[in-house]
Design a protein around this ligand. Structure first.
Ligand SMILES: Nc1ncnc2c1ncn2[C@@H]1O[C@H](COP(=O)(O)OP(=O)(O)OP(=O)(O)O)[C@@H](O)[C@H]1O
Ligand SMILES: O=P(O)(O)OC[C@H]1O[C@](O)(CO)[C@@H](O)[C@@H]1O
Ligand SMILES: [Mg+2]
Length: 364
């Protein structure tokens, strides 16, 4: 495929890391703003993988390709990847190879003036390193259901993921009550407890376990006994996937190609609760359902505001920055600061205080 002829600026856009709701709304906003400036937008396929392939995999994006129902769609029309770090790319013979020069070559082949990367912490670390090595201008848009990126109050996709987890608790509550059960819900969050904390509060959980707060089974069992003593016959427990076992290990599954992902701590906690309390206990692992929904209105708004601001940064020639949400508006920060400041749950923050005020137990 030959890159189209250039008139005005030509910018590239890619989505990277795990998908989430709202990515398409960012892409749409970028295309609208850039088209308004008279620029071309090339959508790179499958994150960095599209720049690695020859011919480079991309599609031209114009208003006709992004309007209609696109903003409402989950996922990303461009595809994404959270595998294949270009600086240590897993080769078929099992070795790791630095393929960053091939990616930079792919960027150059497209004749781009700048790149917008929509990603999380891991993606930005990779994209920033590529931009520095290749000397190309880059701007970041934060997205991740985990909401763990520093320097922004919120990332695209988080609000929708919380809404899905709350809906799950709303559905678990009546069945828990009908069967007098303890229901354990395992939610995502690598490696922060934001989804569990917010969903647990909004979904009326009795216990919230997050990786930031060590727990004991005795404390969880005492809380469940309190619930029984108050006359209620069921309890809801939310567990973040990154919570460790009592021995201090994360519970992970090994997938194809040796990749590891969190999964299974819900079963572990469920068994411990059943043993300690004698309660009939069931476990639900929510998994990727949290990523795949239509974006919430708030995610659409944030995505749209971020997309417009990212293009404006390029227009102003301000690079190596990430757009961010702060104090009811959009700002931008050095992307290095966002990568360096991992944002886990603050133990003295408003939501932990709120949960304690509601007598929700953290198992501590
Ligand atoms: N080519 C690649 N592009 C982006 N991330 C990659 C790539 N190869 C490996 N990764 C790894 O995948 C993860 C990407 O996650 P990132 O933080 O960007 O997004 P996320 O929204 O948190 O989503 P997720 O963690 O589900 O992938 C990081 O651990 C990163 O190091
Ligand atoms: O889609 P994969 O590769 O299973 O990754 C799952 C991980 O990605 C996230 O959805 C986003 O970072 C995490 O919450 C989860 O641990
Ligand atoms: Mg991440």
């Amino acid at each position: 495929m030959t890159a189209p002829t250039k008139a005005g600026k030509r910018i590239g856009i890619l989505t990277s890391g795990g998908d989430c709701a709202g990515l398409n709304a960012v892409i749409r906003a970028v295309v609208h703003r850039a088209t308004g400036y008279g620029w071309q937008v090339l959508g790179i396929k499958e994150g960095t993988q599209g720049l690695l392939q020859r011919p480079v995999q991309y599609q031209t994006l114009d208003l006709g390709s992004v309007d209609g129902h696109m903003m409402r769609q989950g996922g990303t029309i461009l595809g994404t990847t959270n595998r294949g770090d270009p600086f240590a790319y897993p080769m078929p013979d099992g070795t790791l190879k630095d393929r960053s020069d091939e990616i930079i070559g792919g960027y150059r082949e497209l004749g781009l003036d700048a790149l917008i990367g929509i990603g999380g912490d891991g993606s930005f670390a990779i994209l920033h390193k590529l931009a520095q090595k290749g000397g190309f201008p880059m701007v970041g848009v934060p997205k991740t259901i985990d909401n763990d990126l520093g320097k922004t109050e919120v990332s695209v996709g988080y609000d929708t993921a919380v809404a899905v987890a709350v809906e799950a608790l709303d559905r678990l509550q009546p069945t828990a009550a009908s069967h007098h059960r303890v229901m354990v819900l395992e939610v995502m969050g690598r490696d922060a407890g934001h989804i569990a904390l917010a969903a647990g509060i909004a979904g009326g959980a009795d216990v919230i376990l997050i990786p930031e707060i060590p727990y004991s089974i005795e404390s969880i069992a005492a809380k469940i006994q309190n619930v029984r003593d108050s006359g209620r016959n069921f309890a809801l427990v939310v567990v973040s996937e990154a919570v460790k076992t009592l021995e201090g290990t994360g519970v992970k599954k090994i997938l194809q190609g040796g990749e590891k992902r969190y999964g299974g701590i819900g079963d572990y906690i469920g068994e411990k609760i059943a043993d300690a309390t004698g309660a009939e206990t069931r476990v639900t692992v929510l998994g990727h359902v949290q990523r795949g929904s239509m974006p919430s209105p708030r995610d659409r708004l944030i995505a749209s505001a971020f997309g417009v601001h990212a293009v404006d940064l390029i227009a102003e020639g301000r690079f190596n920055r990430m757009v961010a949400w702060s104090n009811r508006g959009v700002i931008d920060v050095p992307i290095t600061e966002a990568i360096e400041h991992y944002s886990c749950v603050e133990l003295d923050g408003a939501l932990v205080k709120t949960a304690r005020g509601l007598n929700i137990s953290f198992g501590d």
